[in-house]
Design a protein around this ligand. Structure first.
Ligand SMILES: Nc1ncnc2c1ncn2[C@@H]1O[C@H](COP(=O)(O)OP(=O)(O)OP(=O)(O)O)[C@@H](O)[C@H]1O
Ligand SMILES: [Mg+2]
Length: 303
């Protein structure tokens, strides 16, 4: 699936006389299997922006093009055929059926997704979404068994009550419920907020696995260390506008730009800068500690 946002804006009424443009004339494209980070100061419009990606919000101005494969039955041959469709969503759009098509393909996991759990067993919580989009109960139960393992829990959890789990486990169950719908794009709003470092790493590794399986992953996060390590492209939002849309390493290694915009510099970038200053070296910026160690080793060996 591809998504193209074309000059979209969205505002909220603060009171009768005052409006705030939370997303302002934003354009960008998301291609299949990208791994994107969305960053920016608090209140910059990140959550409002991603709510457009599965039509929870419809843009007030501009449009969004969704390009995806739709299965249709050929009336003559009775065969199922796949057709590439482009749906354009804009303010006048009211065809709910098409919106459901999009919602199946774009899963959003909101911040503290665990608050969205409501059934008395984990299995019921996971199969709720798939059944809602027309998958049989039997098939949905099979999917529940697959996805519970995928999120790092095991089948024995399925009969348990979700409210007995830890915060991190509950979040995994909520994510399992979204993965169970087999979306083409997964969007996470602050997925590691409130998790311990180990839990956060496991969560990010799960996204990497999903990405390797072909899913497009978009993460909104204030943790630039995570964004640096895991994402390939970064979109920087400020006051509802995109001010950077580029390779992650390029944006996050620009200390001056980050400081100007009141963002903290990723630890790995600060460390590289400090080593280079102190030892007068030219170690290039990298995305992981292992890569940094290798670069230092290479320099040491060449001397
Ligand atoms: N439902 C709403 N009604 C009125 N104003 C809203 C609503 N949702 C968001 N806003 C305003 O829109 C702006 C953007 O909010 P948004 O939640 O998109 O920011 P954010 O970048 O996700 O922030 P954070 O990093 O704190 O999550 C803020 O000024 C916020 O107060
Ligand atoms: Mg937000």
């Amino acid at each position: 699936m591809k998504i193209k946002l074309i000059n979209i804006s969205h505002s909220f009424d603060l009171n009768i006389n005052k409006k705030i443009e939370a997303v302002s004339n934003v354009s960008f494209q998301i291609d299949q299997n990208e791994f994107i980070g969305i960053i920016g100061p608090t209140g910059s419009g990140k959550t409002t922006l991603i709510e457009h990606l599965n039509c929870l919000l419809i843009p007030e101005k501009g449009s969004i093009e969704f390009e995806y494969l739709v299965q249709t039955k050929n009336r003559k041959t009775n065969q199922i055929e796949e057709q590439l469709k482009t749906r354009v969503i804009k303010k006048s759009w009211r065809k709910i059926k098409k919106i459901n098509e999009i919602r199946k393909l774009v899963g959003i996991v909101f911040q503290f997704a665990e608050y969205q759990l409501f059934e008395e067993t984990i299995e019921k919580d996971i199969i709720f979404g798939p059944i809602n989009i027309g998958i049989s109960k039997e098939e949905a139960k099979k999917i529940a068994k697959e996805v519970i393992v995928k999120v790092g829990l095991d089948e024995s959890f399925l009969d348990r009550n979700p409210f007995e789990l830890s915060g991190g486990q509950k979040r995994r169950v909520a994510i399992a419920g979204i993965i169970a719908m087999k979306p083409s794009i997964l969007v996470f709003d602050e997925p590691t907020a409130g998790l311990d470092p180990q839990g956060a790493k496991e969560m990010l590794d799960l996204f990497e696995t999903l990405s390797k399986d072909g899913t497009t992953i978009i993460i909104v996060s204030h943790n630039l260390d995570d964004i640096l390590e895991y994402t390939k492209r970064t979109i920087f939002i400020k006051d509802g506008k995109i001010i950077k849309n580029d390779e992650t390493l390029k944006i996050l290694s620009d200390e001056e730009f980050l400081r100007e915009n009141e963002m903290s510099v990723p630890k790995l970038i600060s460390l590289t800068n400090k080593i280079n200053q102190k030892y007068d070296t030219k170690i290039p910026y990298v995305k992981t500690i292992d890569e940094l160690v290798n670069k230092i080793y290479e320099i040491k060996r060449s001397k």
